[in-house]
Ligand binder design. Structure first.
Ligand code: ASP
Length: 307
């Protein structure tokens, strides 16, 4: 059996003439490092679940992306982290939202899945749970970068409204392992200037993250509210399971549904067969794929047919 790992680092208005070459190079480096981490596990016969967690952790540590360090800031200038992980074998899932001190939110999500009877743990008590399970705690400042402060200032100066021209930088990973099992993970700081304890689609099972061995594993990036309303991840899985659509067609239909709700964004997905698909309604999406018997691809812009 073969394996496949696909990841994203968010989507948005990236165009070759607008993205500084150093920014693009750093993001590509981060995507490659995340593929390396997941690939080492999958090539050795490890599980999709371990691979998506490992890939997500690399991207959380990388300040190029809106997850972990380098996350966007809330209206009051803090970082609040959301993440989820799901195992397609048995649809066990874990998620965290509104964390402020947990360094590896995706691992906190996995701990919630494995060490609690619950799916979603939130805010201070979510951090306390992660700490109790040995996940490193840091001051909230650890996550904050000067670039994100500037971005928040710009959004606040424009009235606090989120500007969709600013890149969505959520990260995600989906994989199918050599045993044919799928898993998905997503991690994010959410949207710039979010408030009132806003939680996005990423930690909501069925919205921004979903995995089911009968269908696919999927991770989203984009305007979270529309992915929640479309139940995007679950919608994709159910299209495969119930309507007989192929993976790419089903994914394109879900993105069309997001568009009908006034949203923009992107999706990555793999099926237990090893088939992989991605799509986005923005000019670009940081994305990459590796697998046994396929060439590694790392892409930023819309480059036409690429699978
Ligand atoms: N989907 C994320 C959210 O709404 C944002 C992103 O993709 O960057 O929280």
């Amino acid at each position: 059996m073969s394996w496949t790992l696909m990841i994203h680092g968010g989507c948005g208005a990236m165009r070759p003439d607008r993205l500084p070459p150093e920014t693009e190079a750093k993001a590509r480096e981060g995507l490659n490092a995340a593929l390396d981490a997941g690939e080492a596990i999958l090539a050795a016969g490890g599980s999709a679940l371990d691979a998506v967690e490992a890939a997500a952790r690399v991207l959380e540590e990388d300040a190029s992306f809106n997850a972990g360090r380098g996350s966007v800031l809330t209206a009051d200038g803090a970082v609040e982290l959301d993440a989820a992980i799901m195992d397609g074998r048995d649809r066990r899932a874990g998620a965290v939202a509104g964390l402020r001190t947990t360094r590896a939110p995706v691992s906190a999500a996995r701990a919630a899945m494995e060490n609690s009877p619950h799916v979603l743990l939130t805010y201070e008590q979510g951090d306390a749970f992660a700490a109790a399970h040995g996940i490193e705690q840091v001051a909230n400042d650890f996550f904050i970068t000067p670039e994100r402060k500037t971005q928040l200032d710009a959004v606040m100066a424009a009235g606090g409204q989120f500007d969709t021209d600013i890149k969505f930088g959520t990260i995600g990973a989906v994989a199918v392992d050599a045993q044919g099992h799928v898993a998905a993970a997503t991690s994010t700081g959410g949207l710039t200037a979010k408030r009132w304890g806003r939680i996005g689609d990423s930690p909501l099972i069925g919205a921004g993250t979903y995995a089911d061995d009968r269908a696919c594993a999927v991770s989203a990036t984009g305007l979270g509210e529309t992915f929640i309303r479309a139940v995007a991840g679950h919608q994709l899985a159910m299209r495969l399971l119930l309507s007989g659509e192929g993976l790419q067609d089903a994914l394109d239909h879900v993105l069309a549904d997001i568009g009908a709700l006034g949203g923009t964004g992107g999706l990555i997905a793999v099926a237990p067969t090893g088939e992989a698909a991605w799509g986005f309604t923005t000019p670009g999406m940081y994305r990459a794929v590796a697998g046994s018997g396929r060439d590694r691809l790392v892409r930023v812009y819309d480059e036409g047919s690429e699978r």
